[in-house]
Design a protein around this ligand. Structure first.
Ligand code: NAD
Length: 265
């Protein structure tokens, strides 16, 4: 792994603009299961609960699964080293933007600012009647489905259901990142979800180098990846940080090292 880490660090240090593209794998070490793979969510639940047409016609049934899947699981999750290193990279101008397929808000909780959510965010609920947004933590899920305090409309998690479009802001930011970037760092994604999976391919076509971090090869690995680092996102990013931040690590005892100690155990 050492050689790949060094190659990746070299590319990142030379890059004028780097974009990260993240998927469910980056949050596995925070305790959130991915959708696919051995312990994936789809092994336990039928995806039709997340189809927008099913949600509209069966909101209570859909919400019962959504609550268990996203709100019981996500509530306790904290950013891991991968999220924390990326936030620090942004502060040090080594990372320009994050495009995430995740809906768990962990990049923002880690301190990243330039985060574009391709599939929305579970920490917001939107009223389908008046479009008012609520922080999810303010809404009781004891009685399902939850409804709007203002107009009584049905509340829906503000993430993208199957059958819904991608938020324009995230699409625009992704296309812009494709044209701006010298390097794309792709972390913890199978590359199976359309249209998000097109973004790294577009970046490669536009001339970006692709660094990939995953515990398994993905759809990108054999086709567009230039540097594949096989391993858990948190562990790999910590090693990458040691390469990238060498000069300042010793002076920064109150910053990232402290976070590593807290979250790295
Ligand atoms: P996915 O579930 O299809 O695949 C997860 C990927 O992560 C796999 O390639 C797996 O090998 C890899 N992986 C597993 N553990 C890892 C680790 N510790 N470090 C690095 N890689 C690891 O995920 P996807 O491609 O993101 O697609 C699933 C869709 O489901 C996404 O669009 C996302 O919106 C949604 N989702 C989000 C969350 C979340 O917000 N945390 C969780 C599950 C699913």
């Amino acid at each position: 792994m050492g050689d790949e880490i060094k190659k990746a660090a070299e590319l990142l240090l030379k890059s004028r603009f780097t974009t990260a593209f993240t998927g469910a794998g980056i949050s596995v070490e925070s305790g959130i299961p991915p959708f696919r793979g051995n312990d994936g969510i789809w092994g336990k639940y039928d995806p039709h609960f997340l189809e927008i047409s099913y949600f509209m016609s069966h909101p209570r049934e859909s919400w019962t699964v959504i609550k268990e899947l996203f709100y019981d699981f996500f509530a306790e999750a904290k950013p891991n080293n991968a999220h924390l290193v990326m936030a620090e990279m942004e502060k040090r101008a080594l990372l320009g933007r994050i495009i995430t397929q995740n809906i768990d808000n962990l990049h923002q909780e880690a301190g990243s600012r330039e985060v574009y959510e391709f599939h929305g965010n579970s920490q917001r609920l939107i009223c389908l009647g008046c479009h008012r947004l609520y922080p999810a933590r303010e809404i009781s899920l004891d009685h399902l489905p939850p409804t709007c305090r203002e107009c009584g409309g049905l509340l829906k998690p503000d993430f993208v259901f199957f059958g819904e479009g991608i938020p324009q802001k995230a699409l625009g930011a992704s296309y812009e990142a494709v044209s701006l970037s010298d390097v794309f760092i792709v972390i913890g994604t199978t590359g199976e979800v359309m249209p998000a999976n097109q973004i790294p391919f577009m970046a490669k076509s536009a001339g970006s180098k692709i660094i990939e971090i995953n515990t398994e090869p993905s759809n990108f690995t054999g086709s567009i990846t230039d540097v594949f680092i096989r391993g858990k996102a948190g562990e790999v990013m910590q090693k990458l940080a040691a390469e990238l931040f060498t000069a300042s690590l010793d002076d920064d005892k109150d910053g990232i090292n402290e976070n590593f100690e807290v979250h790295g155990k």
